[in-house]
Design a protein around this ligand. Sequence first.
Ligand code: G3P
Length: 278
Amino acid sequence: MKKITYIIILFTLLLSSGCSIHEASGKTPDYRPLVIAHRGASDLEPEHTLSSYKKAIKDKADYIEIDLEETKDGQLVAIHDDSVDRTTNGTGYIRDLTLSQIKNLNLAKGEKIQTIEEIIKTFKLSTKYYIETRENKNGQITMEKQLVKILKKYNLIDRNKVIIESFSEKSLKKIHSLDSNIPITRLIRTQEVRDIDDKALKNISKYASTIGIKAKLANPTILKKAHKHDLKLHVYFTNSDKSNNEGKLIKSCYKIKVDGVFTNNPASAISKLPKQTK
Ligand code: G3P
């Protein structure tokens, strides 16, 4: 038999047996966590601006992360805080301002706060969206129906282009009830991570596919516990909390092999990946 025929038969047999080339060669498949641009490439451009999202997409982030707040007139806008004070030239809570009042304000570099629909219309299917919902100040959930309607309008669920995240279990369960095909990440606060047990993780796994925690809390034990319940582990960094600083922690997160990182600088996060995964 000619050498080339022999190679073709061998590969056909390997593929039909479900065995990957990595497994066949005895090599471990490459480790490549999801790279999620936290508030866009927010170390390089002002957070939640179109520039920060564009930079993240250019720098090959898998997802752009978008925090949502609801305006007085019920529009879903991309901003982290519940007020415009820190990131714009105005003042006031989002819930007390109409969209048109918000559009009169400037973010850094003169950019405007965007609605979620405007962001999706701008980037369409060229990226994936990792969207955070919140409860309102009275602990009620109000954004979910409108959000899912928008995701459906732009085919983001069918095309596997979206993940929804929240610290609010109530909000995530609502999203899951509206469409169980939407991948969900349950964010877990520091004090809860420390005592999370099998029962809690089993409950989370009924509606979510991932848990999100501060990077400084990531370790092989919590990763193993999450995986035991088929939950992935994504980690985030904060500039305000020096002990949870991205520069210090990202390599140790890669060493543990977390499943995803919310990075403030996607290009830098990708450059720090272990060599064989680039
Ligand atoms: O998205 C994960 C992480 O961003 C949650 O924290 O405060 O940035 O919304 P925060």
